[in-house]
Design a binder for this molecule. Structure first.
Ligand code: AMP
Ligand code: ZN
Length: 132
Protein backbone atom coordinates (compact mmCIF):
# COMPACT_ATOMS: atom_id res chain seq x y z
CA UNK A 1 0.00 0.00 0.00
CA UNK A 2 1.26 3.46 -0.88
CA UNK A 3 1.01 4.97 2.58
CA UNK A 4 3.58 7.53 3.78
CA UNK A 5 3.14 6.60 7.46
CA UNK A 6 3.56 2.86 6.73
CA UNK A 7 6.83 3.86 5.02
CA UNK A 8 7.88 5.72 8.18
CA UNK A 9 7.19 2.56 10.20
CA UNK A 10 9.18 0.38 7.79
CA UNK A 11 12.04 2.91 7.86
CA UNK A 12 11.81 3.69 4.13
CA UNK A 13 11.12 7.34 5.00
CA UNK A 14 13.05 8.97 7.87
CA UNK A 15 11.32 10.62 10.81
CA UNK A 16 12.14 12.31 14.10
CA UNK A 17 11.02 9.55 16.46
CA UNK A 18 10.16 10.53 20.01
CA UNK A 19 8.44 7.39 21.32
CA UNK A 20 7.97 3.78 20.30
CA UNK A 21 6.47 0.62 21.76
CA UNK A 22 5.42 -2.65 20.15
CA UNK A 23 2.15 -1.28 18.73
CA UNK A 24 2.63 2.48 18.37
CA UNK A 25 5.10 5.04 17.07
CA UNK A 26 5.32 8.77 17.72
CA UNK A 27 7.33 11.23 15.61
CA UNK A 28 7.52 14.98 15.04
CA UNK A 29 5.14 16.48 12.48
CA UNK A 30 7.22 17.94 9.62
CA UNK A 31 4.90 20.96 9.43
CA UNK A 32 4.62 21.73 13.13
CA UNK A 33 2.20 24.20 14.63
CA UNK A 34 4.55 24.48 17.61
CA UNK A 35 7.95 22.98 18.46
CA UNK A 36 7.29 19.41 19.61
CA UNK A 37 4.06 18.91 17.58
CA UNK A 38 3.92 15.10 17.46
CA UNK A 39 1.92 12.47 15.59
CA UNK A 40 1.12 9.17 17.30
CA UNK A 41 0.30 6.32 14.93
CA UNK A 42 -0.49 2.61 15.17
CA UNK A 43 2.18 0.40 13.56
CA UNK A 44 -0.57 -1.52 11.81
CA UNK A 45 -2.37 0.43 9.10
CA UNK A 46 -5.85 1.62 10.09
CA UNK A 47 -7.73 4.30 8.19
CA UNK A 48 -9.21 6.13 11.19
CA UNK A 49 -8.34 6.54 14.88
CA UNK A 50 -11.68 4.92 15.75
CA UNK A 51 -10.75 1.80 13.77
CA UNK A 52 -7.68 1.04 15.91
CA UNK A 53 -8.30 -2.29 17.67
CA UNK A 54 -6.41 -1.33 20.85
CA UNK A 55 -8.17 2.01 21.08
CA UNK A 56 -7.57 2.42 24.81
CA UNK A 57 -3.87 1.55 24.57
CA UNK A 58 -3.57 3.92 21.64
CA UNK A 59 -4.78 6.89 23.70
CA UNK A 60 -2.60 5.74 26.58
CA UNK A 61 0.43 6.00 24.27
CA UNK A 62 -0.72 9.49 23.22
CA UNK A 63 -0.99 10.37 26.92
CA UNK A 64 2.57 9.20 27.54
CA UNK A 65 3.83 11.38 24.70
CA UNK A 66 1.86 14.31 26.10
CA UNK A 67 3.53 13.87 29.52
CA UNK A 68 6.94 13.97 27.83
CA UNK A 69 6.03 17.17 25.99
CA UNK A 70 4.77 18.72 29.20
CA UNK A 71 7.78 17.79 31.28
CA UNK A 72 10.62 17.95 28.78
CA UNK A 73 9.51 20.96 26.71
CA UNK A 74 7.78 22.71 29.61
CA UNK A 75 4.51 22.92 27.68
CA UNK A 76 1.78 24.83 29.48
CA UNK A 77 -0.98 22.57 28.14
CA UNK A 78 -1.49 19.86 25.53
CA UNK A 79 -3.99 19.66 22.67
CA UNK A 80 -5.07 16.27 21.29
CA UNK A 81 -6.54 16.48 17.79
CA UNK A 82 -7.55 13.83 15.28
CA UNK A 83 -8.42 14.85 11.73
CA UNK A 84 -6.95 12.46 9.18
CA UNK A 85 -8.06 13.90 5.83
CA UNK A 86 -4.57 14.45 4.46
CA UNK A 87 -2.83 11.18 5.38
CA UNK A 88 -5.02 8.07 5.35
CA UNK A 89 -3.30 6.29 8.24
CA UNK A 90 -4.75 6.87 11.71
CA UNK A 91 -2.86 9.57 13.63
CA UNK A 92 -3.37 11.60 16.78
CA UNK A 93 -1.87 15.09 16.79
CA UNK A 94 -0.36 15.85 20.19
CA UNK A 95 0.37 19.56 20.21
CA UNK A 96 2.20 21.29 23.04
CA UNK A 97 0.89 24.76 23.79
CA UNK A 98 2.98 27.57 25.24
CA UNK A 99 2.07 30.86 26.83
CA UNK A 100 1.52 33.47 24.11
CA UNK A 101 1.91 31.08 21.17
CA UNK A 102 -0.03 32.40 18.20
CA UNK A 103 -2.38 29.45 17.62
CA UNK A 104 -5.43 30.74 19.47
CA UNK A 105 -8.14 28.89 21.36
CA UNK A 106 -9.45 26.94 18.36
CA UNK A 107 -6.03 26.31 16.72
CA UNK A 108 -5.27 28.12 13.50
CA UNK A 109 -4.05 25.29 11.22
CA UNK A 110 -2.53 27.74 8.76
CA UNK A 111 0.08 28.75 11.32
CA UNK A 112 2.74 26.14 10.59
CA UNK A 113 6.21 27.04 11.75
CA UNK A 114 9.37 26.56 9.71
CA UNK A 115 11.82 24.62 11.88
CA UNK A 116 15.25 23.64 10.56
CA UNK A 117 16.44 19.99 10.49
CA UNK A 118 19.03 20.81 13.19
CA UNK A 119 16.37 22.26 15.46
CA UNK A 120 14.00 19.31 14.81
CA UNK A 121 16.80 16.94 15.84
CA UNK A 122 17.34 18.95 19.01
CA UNK A 123 13.61 19.02 19.83
CA UNK A 124 13.40 15.25 19.23
CA UNK A 125 16.16 14.65 21.79
CA UNK A 126 14.55 17.04 24.27
CA UNK A 127 11.18 15.30 24.00
CA UNK A 128 12.78 11.90 24.46
CA UNK A 129 14.42 13.25 27.60
CA UNK A 130 17.39 10.90 27.32
CA UNK A 131 15.24 7.76 27.30
CA UNK A 132 13.43 6.04 24.48
P1 AMP B 1 -4.17 15.40 8.75
O1 AMP B 1 -4.33 14.15 7.90
O2 AMP B 1 -5.01 16.55 8.24
O3 AMP B 1 -4.40 15.14 10.20
O4 AMP B 1 -2.66 15.90 8.60
C1 AMP B 1 -1.58 15.03 8.40
C2 AMP B 1 -0.34 15.59 9.07
O5 AMP B 1 0.77 14.75 8.74
C3 AMP B 1 0.07 17.02 8.69
O6 AMP B 1 0.15 17.81 9.86
C4 AMP B 1 1.43 16.85 8.01
O7 AMP B 1 2.31 17.92 8.28
C5 AMP B 1 1.93 15.55 8.60
N1 AMP B 1 2.89 14.83 7.77
C6 AMP B 1 2.75 14.47 6.47
N2 AMP B 1 3.83 13.79 6.04
C7 AMP B 1 4.69 13.70 7.10
C8 AMP B 1 5.99 13.12 7.30
N3 AMP B 1 6.65 12.48 6.30
N4 AMP B 1 6.58 13.24 8.51
C9 AMP B 1 5.93 13.87 9.52
N5 AMP B 1 4.71 14.44 9.39
C10 AMP B 1 4.09 14.36 8.20
ZN1 ZN C 1 -0.36 3.21 6.57
Amino acid sequence: MDCIFCKIISGDIPSYKVYEDKDFLAFLDINPLNPGHTLVIPKKHYRWVLDVAQFKNYWQAAGLVAQKLKQNLKAESINFVTLGYEVEHAHIHVIPRFKNDDLGSTIDWSKHKKISADKMEKIMKEVRGGVF
